[in-house]
Write a protein that binds this ligand. Sequence first.
Ligand code: BTN
Length: 256
Amino acid sequence: MDEFSAIAPDLPEPFRLLIKQTVDSTNDEVRRLADQGMPEGLIVITDHQTQGRGRRGAAWFSPPGESLAFSVLLRPDVPKALWPRLALVAGLAVAEALEEYIPLVGIKWPNDVWAGGKKIAGILVEAGRDFAVVGIGLNVNTLAFPDEVAQTATSLALEMGREVPRAEMLAAIIRRLSLRRHQIGTEFGEIINSIRLRCVLTGQDVSLTAASGPLSGTVEGISPQGELLLRTTAGLQPLLQADEVRITGHSGQTAT
Ligand code: BTN
């Protein structure tokens, strides 16, 4: 992981790297350090997560040497009610960083990042008492995926046809995150506009699991507050959270 030490001096303030050979989950490592009072900007990055987690407790596949698995400690200076916006910010930062290499990076609300119709990155944002952890898993140079995700996952190398230095990609994400993280307050409209441009769900028929239970309908877009606007037989429903969002058709595309 020496490649990452080389970019450390180029990271914007207050971001700094803690490189770990192995860790249970970078999110958990950041959480432990944050609980001990670590200032914001810490990035824990590893090649081996023994318990890498996705959303809904799913395992996260992150092959050593090929992918990026890291977590960033933030202590936002806006009311905690606004912190969930960081999930959208992180997805946008990753999409924008990828666009330095490939065109047309999509965001599948809330924050899966898509390229070529497949998932290229996943984000897990968790909050502690006075901090937030932004966990990012990005498929950089992976060329083959396990059977379970082979049809739905892609990597930057597969989309570009060549490998990209992981440290260069990490630095690009941190630069974007460093700028975008300040926009969760009064400038959130900037985030929403940029997400709308990349939203792969708008205009699609979807099924999903909302807090109230399963729903299906057509996505009309993203509200100014970052909610998914779902047109159902009962009317237009703004959803703050939803899981298992599946595109069921309309555009002829079927994906999860
Ligand atoms: C998802 O799409 O389900 C989210 C995946 C998030 C994976 C990253 S890898 C780094 C960080 N540490 C974890 O345990 N999870 C996140």
